[in-house]
Design a protein around this ligand. Structure first.
Ligand SMILES: *[C@@H]1O[C@H](CO)[C@@H](O)[C@H](O)[C@H]1NC(C)=O
Ligand SMILES: *[C@@H]1O[C@H](CO)[C@@H](O)[C@H](O)[C@H]1NC(C)=O
Length: 258
């Protein structure tokens, strides 16, 4: 996919840190120690160039930084696979019944296509639509009636395969000056304007003979509704956290030199 991008485009964050040029990033990364002078973010010369540069940078970041390794010295939280928190599917105290979906991972974010980027640098607004062709949510479904300890033995591996998800992200920025720094950094507050999943498949593998079927406990449609709601919340929270981890590594005016 890298060849689809113009060679002049830059990896926003990595560029800011180590002064890597995109065209050398794929083949032979060069690390420079005092790279501040080599930093080339997204210039503000024209709005069209700015938008194109931001779009290409975000696209590169998504495609190539998913392991969380930005440079040998700079790590952020990995986002593909993205660890998701445990989820309670239902809990009925009167029946002492409970179902959980735990040890969950979201796979496929790195294959996102970033489209329709909108930037208003004065107001620090960055909006973009992402097309996610194939996402999988993998995890363990466990349910029990009665004792809490039953949960460990009765389980199944549950996978949601989402096809052609479209998400319209909205990011509102603010500037802050971290301790020990004299220059302002960008902090983003993320939200999702719109999210649509074209289709999904739920598949389940029972772990033991005594496995409980998730689909016996809750209909796939109902389950999917819960998952969609949860996915939205987790994407906002987790991606906001990770974006800000990356943005914290370079001051604003290195990302967007005047
Ligand atoms: C999630 O659930 C699993 C299985 O019950 C457990 O081992 C793990 O500690 C839980 N994680 C969190 C963060 O609660
Ligand atoms: C980003 O989206 C928000 C919410 O829809 C909107 O208010 C804002 O004007 C948009 N900004 C840009 C630069 O498109």
């Amino acid at each position: 996919m890298a060849s689809a991008f113009p060679s002049w485009s830059l990896v926003l964050v990595v560029t800011a840190i180590v002064g890597l040029r995109l065209d050398s990033a794929a083949a032979a990364p060069m690390y420079r120690s005092g790279a501040r002078e080599a930093v080339q973010g997204c210039g503000r010369s024209t709005q069209a160039e700015l938008v194109e540069c931001v779009a290409a940078s975000v696209q590169q970041f998504v495609n190539f930084m998913s392991s969380g390794k930005l440079t040998p010295k700079h790590w952020i939280t990995p986002f593909d696979p993205l660890h998701l928190p445990n989820m309670t599917i239902y809990q009925r105290k009167e029946m002492r019944a409970k179902a959980v979906y735990v040890n969950r991972y979201l796979v496929g974010l790195k294959n996102s296509f970033i489209q329709d980027v909108r930037v208003d640098l004065d107001r620090l607004q960055f909006n973009a639509t992402a097309l996610l062709p194939a996402l999988e949510i993998l995890g363990m479904f466990a349910s029990a009636v009665g004792q809490e300890s039953d949960l460990a033995t009765e389980n199944s591996i549950l996978t949601f395969s989402l096809r052609n998800t479209v998400i319209d992200f909205v990011a509102r920025g603010s500037l802050y000056t971290p301790e020990g720094s004299s220059s302002p950094h960008l902090w983003l507050q993320l939200d999702i304007n719109y999210m649509a999943i074209a289709s999904y498949v739920l598949s389940e593998h029972l772990g033991t003979d005594h496995g409980t079927s998730a689909t016996a406990a809750i209909t796939p449609a109902k389950f999917m509704k819960l998952m969609e709601k949860d996915l939205r919340v987790q994407l906002i929270r987790r991606l906001q956290y990770i974006a800000n981890e990356a943005l914290a590594l370079a001051p604003f005016d290195q990302l967007f030199p005047v």
